[in-house]
Structures are given as C-alpha cells and as structure tokens.
Write a protein that binds this ligand. Structure first.
Ligand SMILES: [Zn+2]
Length: 117
C-alpha cells in the first residue's frame, strides 16, 4: 500500500468516526485537516494534532477566502459539495473514492494558492 493510499484510508476512517473535514490544509504536507468530535484538529498526513495559534488565525483564513480568486471559490464549493455526499455515504469503497477526489481537489487548490504568491 502506498503512502498516499494509507493517507486516503486514514481520511476515510476519520470521516467514519464523525470528524469534519476543514477547508484548511496542513501547512506541512498539504493534506486537508480534520476536526474531531472532541474539537481537536488533526492532520491525517502527518498523523499529528494541529493547533491553531489563536482564534484570530481562523478569522484571518476566512478573510483571505473572501478575496480568493474565482477558481479557488469553485474548488472550495466542489469540495464542500463532495463532502456532503461523503458524509451521507455508508459505502466504504464509495467513501474512499470521494476522499481521493477531495484530496486531488485540495492539491489543485494548493497549486492555485501557491501560484498567486
Ligand atoms: Zn500534515
């Protein structure tokens, strides 16, 4: 099993456990972050807890999203659409397929964001 496959599996496991995928990606490995039902934010890529420094960090991200390009908006919209379908799905292979698509969309999103710097 490749590293990427096990990462997808971890993401699917997190979703089955009731975690919510966030629109932010891990600053280290660019994997989408997940918020657990306990409120902790984790990265399925590095398997560690991610702490947001201050509540203001989150609002800064939200402010950046407002000025984001339209392509970025479309990608985020797609991700949240697929996320809803994913959360309603009870079929494991379907869940893994959705997670893969979301994972690719996040990669594209990071490229779009990176190209603006
Ligand atoms: Zn990470």
């Amino acid at each position: 099993m490749s590293a990427r496959d096990s990462q997808v599996k971890r993401m699917a496991d997190l979703l089955r456990e009731g975690a919510t995928m966030l629109s932010q990606a891990c600053p280290e490995c660019k994997t989408p972050l997940f918020r657990l039902s306990s409120g902790e934010v984790v990265c399925p890529g590095c398997s560690k807890r991610v702490l947001f420094a201050k509540p203001s960090e989150t609002s800064k991200v939200a402010a950046q999203a407002v000025v984001a390009s339209s392509l970025e908006d479309v990608l985020i919209e797609k991700i949240s659409e697929i996320q809803s379908a994913l959360q309603a799905s009870r079929d494991i292979s379907e869940v893994e397929r959705y997670v893969r698509v979301i994972s690719s969309l996040f990669e594209l999103l990071e490229k779009v964001r990176g190209s603006k710097r």
